[in-house]
Design a protein around this ligand. Structure first.
Ligand SMILES: [Mg+2]
Length: 425
C-alpha cells in the first residue's frame, strides 16, 4: 500500500475562530490583535483582500481599519486553544497517524486507497471540519513533509484547487516547483536562503536539481535531508508523541507599569497557577522555579531581577509552588520601580510517573493524596468552565494592570454562562 504525508492547516486560524463564534462578522473584514492590542497578528481573507498588512502596529492602522469598516478583536487564546483541541480530535479520528505541529497545523500519514486518489478523503475531511467546528482548512498531500508543505501552499494559493492539492500524483512537478521561491520552502531559513541565492538557486525546482555534494558540504545532513524530501524520499519522520518539554515559561507585559509589591505577587501567583496546570496536563513535575521581573528596557534606571529555588522533591502541586514563588517574588521586588513585566519559569521537568521520593522523608502520604485530588478537581472545573473559575486567593487580580483586551468578543466556548439563549416557538 502506498502512503501519503499530508499537511493540514487552519486558514487564517485566529480570524476564522472569531468569525465562527460571532456570526455577525462572517464574510466581513476581521483583524486579530496581539497581547495588549499591540499588532495585527491575523486577518480574515476579506481583510487581506482589502490590503491590510500583517504584523503592523494597531495604532498606525486604526484610522484605515475604521474607514474600511473592519472588525477588531483582541486575541482570545482560550478560544483558539479550545477550537484547536476540537480540530485535532477530528484529525486524529480521520488519519492513520498524526503529529500536532502547532495550534492550527498538523502532519499526518494516510494510506492511499487502491485508485491512489485522496481528493475524496480530503473533501470529506474539509466538509466534516467545517460542519462540526466551522473552520476552513487547507490540505496539502505529498510523499514527504516538505512536499506536503508545498502542496498546501498551492492548495491555498491557487483558487481552483479549492483547498486541496496532491503533488505526489503529478508526474512532472517542474512547473509547480518553479513557482515556489526558495525562502518559502519549509526548513529553509534566512542563512540558507542567502547562500542559495548567491549560488543562483531561486526556487524549489533548482534546489531539487542542484549538486547534492555541494549542499551536503555546506549544510551537512540537514541540507541533504531537505533535498531528498523535495525529491520525494521521506527523511523527516512524523513525531506523533510530543517530546517532553524541558521547561515551561509563563510571562506577560502589564497593561501599564506597576509599583506595588501586592500587584507583582498577584501576577506571579497567577502565572505559577497557569504553569502548574500545564505541568499536570502534560504529566510532568518541575525540579526548580525561577521568578523574574523588569522595568522598561529603555527607561533611565533599568531594573531587572530574578530569584530561583531548587525543590527538595520535584512537584506539580499548585499550593506548594505558589508558596515558594511568592517568597521568591518578595525577594525580587524593589520599591520605586515601575515594573512592566513579570514571569515564572519551571525548570528541569520530568515525567510524573517515576516520582523520586527522598529516602526516609517525613512526607505524609495521605496529605499528598489529598493535595493531588484537590489539584485534579480544580483542573477539571477550570477546563470545563474557563481558566479562572477556581483560583487561589493570592493570585486573584485587581484587573487594573492585567492585559489590555479592549476589543475582546466575550463569548467563550469554554464558559457555559456566555452561550447565548435562543428562545424557540
Ligand atoms: Mg494557518
Amino acid at each position: 500500500m502506498t502512503q501519503a504525508i499530508v499537511q493540514i492547516d487552519g486558514n487564517n486560524f485566529y480570524a476564522s475562530c472569531e468569525q465562527m463564534i460571532d456570526p455577525s462578522i462572517r464574510g466581513k473584514g476581521v483583524v486579530v490583535l496581539s497581547n495588549n492590542d499591540g499588532c495585527i497578528i491575523a486577518r480574515s481573507s476579506e481583510a487581506r483582500k482589502m490590503g491590510i498588512p500583517m504584523g503592523q502596529p494597531y495604532f498606525k492602522l486604526k484610522e484605515k481599519l475604521k474607514k474600511l469598516n473592519i472588525n477588531i478583536r483582541s486575541s482570545n487564546y482560550e478560544l483558539y486553544g479550545d477550537i484547536s483541541n476540537r480540530l485535532m480530535q477530528i484529525l486524529i479520528e480521520n488519519c492513520e497517524e498524526l503529529e500536532i505541529y502547532s495550534i492550527d497545523e498538523a502532519f499526518a500519514r494516510i494510506d492511499r486507497p487502491k485508485d491512489q486518489e485522496l481528493y475524496r478523503w480530503g473533501k470529506e475531511l474539509r466538509e466534516t471540519i467545517f460542519q462540526k467546528i466551522g473552520i476552513p482548512i487547507s490540505i496539502g498531500i505529498g510523499k514527504t513533509k516538505v512536499q506536503a508543505k508545498i502542496a498546501n501552499y498551492l492548495a491555498k494559493k491557487v483558487e481552483k484547487n479549492s483547498g486541496i492539492f496532491d503533488i505526489a500524483n503529478i508526474e512532472n512537478k517542474d512547473d509547480l516547483l518553479n513557482q515556489i521561491k526558495v525562502d518559502k520552502i519549509w526548513g529553509v531559513g534566512p542563512m540558507m536562503t542567502k547562500w542559495f541565492k548567491e549560488k543562483g538557486i531561486t526556487n524549489a525546482r533548482e534546489l531539487r536539481d542542484m549538486s547534492s555534494d555541494e549542499i551536503k558540504r555546506k549544510f551537512g545532513v540537514i541540507g541533504q535531508r531537505l533535498q531528498y524530501e523535495l525529491k520525494g524520499t521521506s527523511c523527516i519522520p512524523l513525531k506523533s508523541k510530543p517530546s517532553d518539554r524541558k521547561e515551561i515559561c509563563v510571562s506577560r507585559s502589564f497593561a501599564h507599569p506597576i509599583d506595588r509589591s501586592e500587584e507583582l505577587l498577584q501576577a506571579i501567583g497567577k502565572y505559577i497557577l497557569i504553569g502548574t496546570a500545564k505541568l499536570r496536563k502534560s504529566h510532568q513535575l518541575a525540579s526548580a522555579i525561577t521568578v523574574f521581573t523588569n522595568t522598561n528596557k529603555y527607561s533611565n534606571n533599568f531594573y531587572k531581577s530574578h530569584a530561583s529555588k531548587i525543590l527538595d522533591i520535584p512537584s506539580n502541586d499548585s499550593i506548594l509552588m505558589l508558596r515558594i514563588s511568592l517568597e521568591l517574588g518578595k525577594k525580587i521586588f524593589k520599591p520605586y520601580n515601575k515594573l512592566t513585566k513579570a514571569g515564572i519559569i519551571l525548570h528541569k521537568l520530568q515525567s510524573d510517573q517515576y516520582q523520586q521520593k527522598i529516602l526516609f522523608n517525613n512526607q505524609d502520604i495521605k496529605e499528598d493524596l489529598k493535595k493531588e485530588n484537590l489539584n485534579k478537581i480544580i483542573d477539571i472545573i477550570n477546563r470545563k468552565y474557563g481558566r479562572n473559575t477556581l483560583s487561589w486567593a493570592p493570585s486573584i487580580i485587581d484587573n487594573n494592570w492585567s492585559q489590555r483586551s479592549n476589543n475582546l468578543y466575550n463569548i467563550k466556548t469554554t464558559d457555559i454562562a456566555t452561550i447565548p439563549t435562543v428562545i424557540a416557538g
